[in-house]
Design a protein around this ligand. Sequence first.
Ligand SMILES: C=Cc1c2[nH]c(c1C)Cc1[nH]c(c(CCC(=O)O)c1C)Cc1[nH]c(c(C)c1CCC(=O)O)Cc1[nH]c(c(C)c1C=C)C2
Length: 599
Amino acid sequence: MYSRVKYARWRLLTPGYGSLRCYFATQPQKEKHIAILGGGITGLSAATDILARGEPCRITILESQARLGGWITSEFVDVPGGKVLFEKGCRTLRPAGASGLTTLSMIHHLGLEEELLTSSKDSAAARNRYVYYPDRLIRMPSSFAELPKFLLFEPLAKGMIAGVLNDFLKPYRSDIEGNDASVADVISNRLHPALVNLVSAVLHGIYAGNVQTLSFNAIFPQLDYYIKQHGGIARGMLYNMRRAWYDEVVLPLHDVLTMQQIMRDWDARRDRRAQDHCMEERTAALQEAKRSSIYSFKKGIQQLPDRMEELLRRDPRVGIETGCLVSSIHADETQGFGGLLVRMGANGETERHYTHVVSTIPSTRLGEILCSDHFDIDMDEASHEIKTILQLNRTVNVMVVNFWFSELDLLPVKGFGYLIPKETPAGQNPECGLGVIFDSDALQGQDTVQGTKLTVMLGGHYWDNWSEKDLPSTSDGISKARSLLSRHLGITAEPMATCATMRRNCIPQYGTHHLSRMRILRQALQDKYKGRLLLAGSSYDGVGVSDCIRSGVYASHSLDSIPKASTGLGEGFLKSQTDIDDPGAFVSVSQRHLRWNFP
Ligand SMILES: C=Cc1c2[nH]c(c1C)Cc1[nH]c(c(CCC(=O)O)c1C)Cc1[nH]c(c(C)c1CCC(=O)O)Cc1[nH]c(c(C)c1C=C)C2
């Protein structure tokens, strides 16, 4: 979809502040009544951020389940001598990047600093990450110094040296690289086919997804930018290193806007911080989390949505409705574009009017709600296009199997865990394993008793097209996970606690052309609903917890009438011009003006 020409054009447009158009919609200043569809981490983050902005508004969170928090579920289970924490989905957070900083800023806002638990960058867990291939654990290099040995002696690294050379020498291929190909296609064409297997392992650990179908452009936007702008990954990296010398850095526009907002929020809270006697300890805890490799909370990652829920429930401006089925949404023609009409209940028996709706539910479900044939009165061409795009987003099922063993030294190695690449011989992975996390090494301080805690992840893309009856039951999942642990790690001990949870449709899969589809979708929604219906969550903007928090916060900002000047992209800051309406764009900015020094 993108061409090098378009990237070049961004850099050639007339420089200057005056020509920037504000990314955020300008709305009249009347009280908003905002419906947030979905009470998972994205919806809760959006609601928390909207309230923090202090504008007059009312918020109603509409959640279909009986509880809030979405996929995040931390549960203590009793074992002999104490309690251990089982995480039934995501478990840790990373401080890196703009999303990481948004989460830290949110933690600060929630006053959760003293609950933080961190794992440092020099811990065994941070340094030792493994890949199982073809029949043993291989430690991944954790520094440049370890790279030569890995490159020379590991079969898994085959193709890396040739890949770097290819990247330098091969001309840009517009048929593949200009046309949003899959990760596998770009890696094998630009680098080396042998590297696809290693990358498949990484994608298992993030998307539980298939390297052959995930979009390179959506998964590795910065690398995609280097290829399109500079004709290669290594060339792009070198160019950027050179520009950094002259105080210039190229970043996604989305990241830059997020950073600016975090710094504004941090500065705005200066007075409050000055009055807080615990601020030194709080700031120190935040700084430790920012320096860490991963972090979570003493009672698990669920403390984050739990605290959001607690604060939201206390606020008289917020209503929370659980077990609530939204059946349709329409532009509210009766009041011009005064708002949206939301129907609830299986037959749409309840009707409500809202000025805005922030949808954080899976896109396929939103497609059904926006274009439900049952109630629809305005099923025009645009509605069909919106529905088609929303429903093209696929998802995968993952079975999460938690184990706790009373034995202390069951694991053959210490580390974060291991990932299983796609080309692992079938005899080594008949269980469709994606990876194993060594929880008791990865993060300490959550359990009241010592032992070995592991999580086995099964399924993902391997279960694509499996019918409901073919998917394993939870007891099958436990047997599969135990046989995998026995084969890979030699663990045959009897676990003292076990829990298997099937996470249906938990991780969206960004297929090829995902980003361009999302651009078309947002534009179509803007045209049809005039900025009253906003999208956020893992279907669109990244699948990690921090991505979801950032996406919720971003939706909250988009509701605001932020004047152009406050986007922060002022004179001296923006070194190249860009299309500010495109959140997928990259901008070249002055490092001096970009303050990453939060907290
Ligand atoms: C349900 C399982 C999930 C798998 N991936 C994700 C979930 C929720 C999402 C995810 N996991 C990671 C990232 C990268 C960025 C980040 O936020 O850290 C994302 C978006 C990295 C990661 N992978 C595993 C862990 C423990 C982490 C740290 C973050 C977290 O706790 O999720 C291990 C792992 N995740 C999955 C598999 C199959 C797997 C295998 C060992 C799928």
